[in-house]
Design a protein around this ligand. Sequence first.
Ligand code: CA
Length: 336
Amino acid sequence: MAKTRWGIVGRGVATCLWVSFACGWFALGAEGVPPAARREALLRASGPGSEAVLAAGLNDENLVVRRTAARLLTQLGATAEASLAKAFGNDDALVRRTVLRALCGLRPERAVGWAERGMADADPAVRRVALDWLIAQESRAGRVLALLVKARGDGDAAVRAAASAALFPFQRENISLRDRKDYDHDVRVVQAIPLPVAGWQFRTDPVDEGHLKGWFRIDVGGTGWSGVEVGKTWEAQGREYDGVAWYRVSLDLPAKPAKVTAVDLAFDGVDEAAWVWLNGEYVGSHDLGKAGWNKAFRLDVTQELRWGGKNVLAVRVFDSASAGGIWKPVRVEVLE
Ligand SMILES: [Ca+2]
């Protein structure tokens, strides 16, 4: 590129000239023109009719120029869809990230397809853009849900964690009254009601979808459930399995005792982590990783428990290795 021509144009002329000029040098190669000037030319050329220039800028040897071209291309919106789609094949992950974000927002009917391509990208930052779009969708049926589920097994820890958190929206800090530091009265267990050992329903959940399918709800039908006992591991009952599994039990409780300050659900041991729902409501969890397998825990269920009627308890258990399950007794404990 001749310096004289650069100098003339550099003094500032109409955008159309910038476009033709920029077109010329991107076609000829950027030799002799410094990156800052190339970037400036793109900025001046941007706007209607600049798609070809910006598309050419995506191949600039300088990453700042490339990324500027990508950003300006996204500002052209749907008219630049073809160039944006092509730009998603760019070697620069940041360019792919920028155009993917735009493509997902361009046409609703094609967005999930772009998210799917984004989740297949080699760069985790690109996958994160696709994941953010998936997470933001109000309806998580079909392909959106399938992609989110798949993302939980992503090669990148941050992507995995974000997908898991999006698919497991149950959060509750649950502290038994007797463990609360702000409660300065004496608290004691005045009654313990053991939960039955037998009569529980059990179902493995190898793809970790039970909570998405509402297996914690009061009325859960369907096949796939079988009888199990608590107080011993599932291996001890002929089930060689590691992973997520669900327990459900229905229990009738007597009328409300005269004096009740609070009620706990006390587990003596779940190998190794547990998430608990009572009467369809999420109550809390016990998740210390592998170390939690033999640690007793208790969850306050004062609000969720129904005295004088039927209760449905659902426990999602995760066991990473060897023996697993609700291997010790469970009780309702009345506190006063
Ligand atoms: Ca275990």
